[in-house]
Design a protein around this ligand. Structure first.
Ligand SMILES: [Zn+2]
Length: 172
């Protein structure tokens, strides 16, 4: 089986991608695609490791490392509220970059991250708009609170986005 498969919706499913259960689930799993298999009459399945489970009621993230199989046609890149959601490279936010100014002025950058926490692979929080005053002007960025409790510092997410960008360039 190849490393990349196109499902019947035209979506590209790749080994190494992360997918999330629908946000409405009480136990929301993060699934990593490890390969593909032919499941006979059930079609082609993605063989995935459950790398994290975020429990909304317990507020915990656990790492069961179970293997599950999901029909590739159920993995849709265009998200629907009740379907699986692609986590890899789908979390786009505006953040304040103060790294290049000697006096800490903010430049707003739009970056794309994975929709999962880099520390525990649990889902990242929902971004909301935040307006702030910076040296005489009003700026808008996004803030989000990860349900796992790990805090995303802007310097860290900027570095994460740059690493992802560099990986994409070397791939293509
Ligand atoms: Zn986390």
């Amino acid at each position: 089986m190849p490393d990349t498969i196109t499902n019947r919706h035209g979506d590209e499913i790749r080994v190494g991608q992360h997918w999330l259960d629908p946000a409405t689930r009480d136990d929301r799993r993060t699934l990593r695609v490890d390969g593909f298999a032919d499941a006979g009459s059930l079609g082609t399945v993605a063989v995935c490791t459950v790398v994290a489970v975020y429990s909304r009621s317990e507020l915990t993230v656990t790492h069961p490392d179970r293997v599950v199989q999901i029909n590739i046609d159920r993995l849709r890149v265009k998200p629907s509220a009740r379907g699986y959601q692609l986590a890899t490279g789908t979390f786009t936010v505006r953040v304040a970059d103060r790294r290049h100014s000697p006096v800490s002025h903010a430049i707003i950058r739009t970056i794309t991250l994975d929709a999962i926490c880099p520390l525990c692979s649990g889902p990242r929080g929902v971004p909301t708009n935040h307006n702030f005053h910076d040296d005489g002007q009003w700026l808008s960025c996004d803030t989000w609170e990860n349900p796992c409790g790990h805090f995303d510092m802007y310097v860290n997410v900027l570095a994460e986005a740059e690493r992802a960008q560099a990986a994409k360039v070397s791939e293509g």
